[in-house]
Design a binder for this molecule. Structure first.
Ligand code: CU
Length: 65
């Protein structure tokens, strides 16, 4: 499992938006977004983390490293 910190999520709508953005990557599986922890976890089969961060930024949230 990989983890990506995400700042700016405040409710389940945010969680849903982030989950959808990550699930758009076919290389990701078992995407889970935790509002309390402010992070997403997933199995990553080759997606570039820079692209994942870009997708998160694009929908208005702030990804960590
Ligand atoms: Cu929200």
């Amino acid at each position: 499992m990989e983890t990506l910190k995400i700042k700016g999520m405040s409710c389940q709508h945010c969680v849903g938006a982030v989950k959808k953005a990550l699930e758009a990557f076919p290389q990701l599986a078992e995407v889970n977004v935790d509002l309390q922890a402010g992070e997403a976890t997933f199995v990553n089969k080759g997606a570039d983390r820079q692209q994942l961060r870009a997708a998160i930024s694009k929908i208005g949230f702030e990804p960590g490293e």
